[in-house]
Design a protein around this ligand. Structure first.
Ligand SMILES: O=[N+]([O-])c1ccc(OS(=O)(=O)O)cc1
Length: 482
């Protein structure tokens, strides 16, 4: 073959290989672009699908009719307190505080409620470098007044914005209230008329600061407190408190302090409970001693019965929707009221575990059925009622990758399920807390897939550019003689 024709052949070959390479590069570009566009479309369509909002009174959804009034509080996306009439209409709504937490009916006057709320004071920067940063209040509102107006019962300014709240206070009598102070990791009893603090327990007296949450930012996170006023009960006169970050519910004697052998749970023993909220004590006279509690990071509500000096789990409830529940109350009719925070709903389940009442809420903190006593005051233990437990397996669980998609397969639902299974609970719930209500595991998966595709595309483009410019990389290890 002549030199000229072999040059022409080599030229044609290299042209063909450049064409092939351009073709494969363009095919890959199209694949990446399609993945990114499909992911974006999934996220945009989710953002248009969920209309639930409680940011104003007009937007709050109506509830189904039920006996008695229901209070729902929120803190996070919107700070709201809503009271539903038995017919399901909104009777009272307020969003003037930044965050609303635990609400209770006032003893003997169920249509007057008392609750804790926090105002965030944005002074100097996002984390507040110029205190005061928060105003914590206990407020009371008479729902039967012509124009119900909250009245401050007790308040205190605090120096931090993160974990600078009071999530619960419980009235002991007409003058005294016990407060769960997240800011200082303390439980204190204050006379709200004189504002003199009569008693105080400091979690540092019994728990090491090296364990649990970061000290001093958010160490114990004491998110619930209950005064036990039950003559004849082993815990009469004691205070029950929930140390979220220690995964423990403790009993405090006003003379002796921590009553060690009554503690429920232990630090990082997540099989028992994992960053619980809103435990309620059910006394002996109502089938206890028992504690019904929202096991938040485990996505279930549960109850423990005191038997032979130990706590035994006697009931649990979850379905495939429940995500980060933060309140559970046993009602006098044997039903259980649950605030399912990232399930975006408040539900009532009956003795067999069926949902019999439900209302949407963007991030409920707690739910209270008025006229049934504060929290679980009028309820009986699961053991006394013979309640049936229900777990995710019983309810047919999971299943984003189920049958809605093409040929019965929904790839995004499947990716969402995978993500939910591999993400630690706290990370998943943190993402749900920080993002809009319409975002869930599927949307996180779509964003993750788009980011990965984008990064892979960028990496390939850079490699191609360098290769075209004649830059070659050597592996950091090579054979002798190379
Ligand atoms: O609204 N907050 O600031 C807020 C809400 C919830 C929260 O976590 S929780 O575990 O105490 O509910 C902490 C802070």
């Amino acid at each position: 073959m002549s030199e000229r024709s072999s040059d022409a052949l080599a030229g044609a070959r290299s042209g063909l290989s450049r064409f092939r390479s351009a073709l494969s590069r363009n095919s890959l570009r199209i694949v990446f672009l399609v993945i990114i566009l499909l992911s974006a479309a999934a996220v945009v369509s989710a953002s248009m699908g969920n209309e639930l909002s409680t940011a104003s009174q007009e937007e709050v959804p109506e509830a189904p009719a039920t006996e008695n009034h229901t209070v729902v509080t929120e803190s996070g996306r919107a700070g709201t307190i809503t009271v539903y009439s038995p017919d399901g209409e909104v009777r009272y709504y307020d969003n003037s505080r930044t965050k609303y937490f635990d609400a209770d009916p006032v003893e003997g006057d169920p249509m007057t409620i008392e609750y804790t709320a926090t105002d965030t004071i944005h002074s100097e920067g996002p984390t507040c470098t110029d205190p005061p940063c928060a105003l914590n209040v206990i407020e009371r509102v008479d729902l039967e007044a012509e124009n119900p107006e909250p009245e401050v019962v007790y308040e205190r300014y605090d120096y931090k914005e993160t974990a600078g709240e009071w999530h619960d206070a419980d009235r002991i009598n007409e003058t005294h209230v016990v407060v769960a102070d997240i800011v200082a990791d303390q439980v204190f009893v204050v006379n709200t008329e004189t504002e003199v603090v009569d008693w105080l327990w400091d979690a540092q007296s019994d728990f090491p600061v090296e364990e649990a949450g970061p000290y001093p930012e958010d160490w114990a996170h004491i998110n619930d407190v209950e005064y036990i006023d039950e003559e004849g009960d082993p815990n009469d006169g004691r205070i029950m408190a929930s140390l979220r970050n220690q995964d423990q519910v403790v009993f405090l004697d006003r003379e002796e302090g921590l009553v060690e052998d009554w503690t429920l749970g232990s630090e990082n023993e997540y099989d028992v409970q994992y960053e619980q909220h809103n435990p309620d004590y059910i006394p002996e006279s109502q089938g206890g001693p028992a504690v019904v509690v929202a096991d938040s990071e485990n996505g279930r509500v549960q109850e423990f019965q005191r038997e032979d000096g130990e706590w035994t789990r006697t009931w649990e409830w979850q379905d495939d929707v429940i995500q980060w529940p933060r309140d559970v109350d046993r009602l006098p009719n044997g039903h259980t009221l649950i605030a399912d925070s990232h399930g975006n709903r408040v539900i009532e389940v009956d003795e067999s575990g069926e949902i019999v009442w439900e209302v949407g809420s963007t991030l409920p903190y707690e739910a209270e059925r008025l006229e049934t006593g504060a929290e679980s005051e009028g309820g009986q233990s699961a053991q006394a009622l013979g309640l049936e437990s229900r777990t995710d397996d019983d309810s047919g669980g999971g299943g984003g990758g189920g049958d809605d998609g093409l040929f019965g397969f929904d790839p995004l639902g499947w990716a969402g399920d995978v993500l939910e299974n591999i993400l630690p609970h706290r990370v998943h719930n943190g993402l749900l807390f920080a993002t809009p209500i319409w975002m869930g595991a599927n949307e996180f998966a779509a964003i993750g897939i788009a980011l990965l595709a984008g990064l892979a595309w960028l990496g390939l483009e850079i490699t191609w550019q360098l290769r075209d410019a004649g830059v070659r990389f050597r592996l950091p290890f090579y054979r002798q003689g190379d």
